[in-house]
Design a protein around this ligand. Structure first.
Ligand code: PLP
Length: 382
């Protein structure tokens, strides 16, 4: 039996093996392992690619979000509107600066926050909105920016899963006040370790972020604010310089893989395939299907039905993932905010339905056929 992992990063690496080895050796030989020209050049190249004037690199996507919050002076007593169906990092940074995450439910077709629901969540404490372009699928930024400007709110785009995606021919991360990116290895532009960046057209936001990531200092050994230490390592910047020019091709390959899945999965009635249209232009960090209710399944029993399907797939050598099994408003850590079960029904229901199929560069059509065959077999046998 041939095993198919949810993500195989070795295959992408094979395509750039020689260049990366040479680059890493060059950096090791240079004796300069932090900062330097390589990091500065990567920041410039990434800013140009995204279509903004400023890029501040840092240690992770989480740090990029944290630096954005601090640079915009969001803190104690403020509220930030976002989605409960995302990775914890999105809200972690809100809580870390002392602000409150205010959730709005998602749209089941896009998995993204329902922009129509934002206005009713705005109070006089609201400072910002964090749209998350989940799984690579852009949020409707035209509508979101109109609401933000009407209510004078900052927009921080969480682009961690959507590097290279566009909304209306504009790259995500260039539309809001700040864009936050992760170079975690499994993201569309992944380093060989941690990494992140913040993008903006606002020079003073970029300056603040840069100062905060350097221990709150812009003049050496003079510290004006409490900052952090957050750097993109020189080796990672060198590797990202090799990968950035390939990103559009890789994203195109992800679209082709997604298109194959759509076609192969179309006859399977027990699942729903994700939204796929030329306009929505996802970059498919994940390919996530929804398992349909089978009879009168309650949410709990639906998730155990899903778990049995996953188990069966695993027995056939196919690994899948669940992003995310528990929406953030129901996380133990956020009980203090008082959100109850039932508050965001779409997020809650979707959490028990989602299943992410293997999606990575160089996944072959034969493997996709095997995955779909295995899925059909699992669904029919349970
Ligand atoms: C990965 C991710 C992050 C955090 O990125 P790290 O580089 O892992 O810190 C933030 N938000 C979302 C939606 C993510 O998927």
């Amino acid at each position: 039996m041939i095993k198919i992992p949810p993500i195989d990063l070795k295959r992408q690496y094979q395509q750039i093996k020689e260049e990366t080895a040479a680059k890493v050796l060059e950096i090791l030989n240079s004796g300069r392992y932090i900062g330097g020209e390589i990091v500065a050049n990567f920041e410039q190249q990434f800013a140009e690619y995204i279509g903004v004037s400023q890029c501040v690199s840092c240690n992770s996507g989480t740090d990029a979000l944290y630096l954005a919050m601090r640079a915009l002076n969001i803190g104690e007593g403020d509220e930030v509107i976002t989605t409960p169906f995302t990775f914890i990092a999105t809200t972690e940074v809100i809580v870390r600066v002392g602000a409150k995450p205010v959730f709005v439910d998602i749209q089941s077709e896009t998995f993204n926050l329902n922009v129509d629901a934002i206005e009713s969540a705005i109070t006089n404490k609201t400072k910002a909105i964090i749209p998350v372009h989940l799984f690579g699928q852009p949020v409707n930024m035209t509508q979101l920016m109109a609401i933000a400007s009407k209510h004078n709110l900052f927009v921080i785009e969480d682009c961690a899963q959507a590097t290279g995606a566009q909304w209306n021919h504009q790259r995500l991360g260039s539309i809001g006040d700040v864009g936050c990116f992760s170079f975690f290895p499994t993201k569309n532009l992944g380093a060989f370790g941690d990494g992140g960046a913040l993008t903006t057209n606002n020079t003073s936001i970029a300056q603040s972020a840069r100062m905060l990531k350097e221990h709150g200092s812009s003049v050496r050994y003079q510290h004006d604010r409490t900052g952090i230490n957050s750097r993109l390592d020189t080796i990672q910047a060198g590797i990202l310089q090799i990968k950035l020019p390939l990103l559009d091709d890789w994203n195109q390959q992800r679209r082709e893989i997604a298109a194959n899945y759509q076609e192969l999965l179309a006859p399977i009635k027990q699942i729903e395939t994700p939204l796929f249209s030329p306009e929505n232009n996802s970059v498919w960090n994940q390919y996530t299907i929804k398992i349909r209710y089978k009879g009168k399944y309650l949410e709990e029993s639906l998730s155990s039905y899903r778990d049995r399907i996953r188990q069966k797939l695993q027995e056939n050598g196919i690994s899948t993932m669940v992003y995310y099994p528990l929406p953030l408003h129901l996380q133990p850590v956020y009980q203090k905010f008082g959100y109850k079960k039932g508050k965001f029904p779409i997020s809650e229901r979707i959490s028990s339905q989602v299943l992410s199929l293997p999606m990575f560069i160089s996944l072959s059509l034969e493997e996709q056929q095997q995955i779909v065959y295995g899925l059909k077999d699992s669904l029919d046998s349970i």
